[in-house]
Design a protein around this ligand. Structure first.
Ligand SMILES: [Fe+2]
Length: 202
């Protein structure tokens, strides 16, 4: 049976190595051509994300990371695998605009199958796959299918601040077979930190 590809991009997207270079700890390291896959259903039907396994250089495969536009929280349900979720809230300028390089609060949260995490409005988020199987999640963020590219770049997500800082305040890396965090030195200040036992290395 033929697949009519004109209907695919509305619901399916993948994030390429080429695109992920913008936010990798080492953009020159090699990796799989696709880092993760997304099927968008929206708030009711849910969105499914599937992460590849492995590392790019030392860094575990992760999602790009984004902040939500407007007042929007989100829940992630972990269906398979093990990962580390990173949440960060940026400082705000007097006009309430996010300051790209000052982090008010940073959290690294170990997650596994059957866990869920709640992402309050204002917290940027990404997840790294630290396991040997696919990492699979469902989430409830809304998708407006009348947008130009709702599956790959939904309007509720702001990727620019992450791009500008070449990722989040820390990178999740493999260190002797275990996850560790490496500080992203482009960030000027990280005020409150919660690492949940994950070591910080150089
Ligand atoms: Fe989100």
């Amino acid at each position: 049976m033929d697949i009519d590809f004109k209907f695919v991009p509305k619901h399916f997207a993948s994030r390429s190595h080429e695109k992920m270079k913008e936010v990798l700890m080492n953009p020159n390291a090699t990796g799989p051509s696709i880092h993760y896959y997304m099927i968008r259903g929206g708030k009711q039907q849910r969105n499914i994300t599937v992460w590849e396994t492995g590392t790019i250089g030392r860094e575990y495969i992760k999602t790009y990371g984004h902040y939500h536009v407007g007042n929007l929280d989100e829940t992630y349900w972990f269906l398979l695998g093990v990962g580390i979720a990173l949440l960060q809230k940026l400082a705000l300028d007097p006009n309430g605009k996010m300051i790209a390089d000052i982090v008010e609060e940073f959290k690294a949260i170990p997650v596994k199958q059957n866990d869920s995490i709640f992402i309050p409005s204002g917290y940027g988020h990404l997840v790294a796959n630290i396991g040997t199987s696919y990492l699979v999640t469902a989430d409830d963020s809304p998708v407006n299918f009348t947008e130009v590219n709702p599956a790959s770049l939904p309007g509720h997500a702001d990727y620019e601040l992450v791009k500008q800082m070449r990722g989040f305040a820390y990178y999740v890396v493999e260190n002797n077979g275990k996850p560790a965090l490496v500080r992203n030195k482009l960030y000027k200040e990280i005020k409150r930190k919660e690492f949940n036992g994950i070591p910080i290395i150089q």
